[in-house]
Design a binder for this molecule. Structure first.
Ligand SMILES: [Zn+2]
Ligand SMILES: [Zn+2]
Length: 158
């Protein structure tokens, strides 16, 4: 990043917010950050949390997550990375693949646009929802699905 940053004043509130956010891989909303921070800052208000989240995000200490619908979420991981969202329960996780910056460079100045931002979000079913899904849709491993001849052949070979 080439942006010159003046040092951000790390108040106790901001410190607590950042610390709490680093503890979780989950991407909390302002309300959820408030709930986490309140345990350590009993007198803090939601408005203060919200303002500090915005300041921290604009300074690049944390990130604001652009995601479909619902509430704005914040990310304790300021490094560029991709997200995957569960289309069923709304869980949002980091994707463990390498960041590909050339994509941005490639689009630069294309079609006369000045690119101000972009969004790439993977959508899927999280492991928990997948489990619930498969247990509802009958038993995929039911004995009827296994052809008896196949088992017979396996035994013959042995
Ligand atoms: Zn899910
Ligand atoms: Zn993230």
């Amino acid at each position: 990043m080439s942006r010159i940053q003046k040092p951000l004043r790390m108040t106790r509130q901001r410190q607590v917010i950042v610390e709490e956010m680093k503890k979780t891989a989950y991407h909390p909303t302002a309300d959820e950050v408030y709930e986490m921070a309140r345990k350590r800052l009993p007198r803090v208000s939601l408005g203060t949390i919200y303002r500090n989240l915005e300041v921290l995000a604009s300074e690049g200490v944390i990130r604001k997550v652009e995601t479909e619908g619902s509430q704005k979420r914040f990310d304790g991981n300021p490094e560029p990375h991709y997200h995957i969202r569960c289309s069923k329960c709304g869980a949002l996780e980091d994707v463990r693949v390498q960041w590909m910056p050339p994509l941005e460079d490639f689009l630069k100045d294309s079609q006369g646009y000045e690119i101000r931002g972009w969004r790439l979000e993977f959508v899927g079913l999280c492991p928990l929802c997948r489990k619930k899904d498969s247990s509802r849709n009958g038993e995929p491993e039911s004995p009827e699905l296994v052809k008896p001849e196949c088992i017979q052949k396996e035994e013959d070979r042995a």
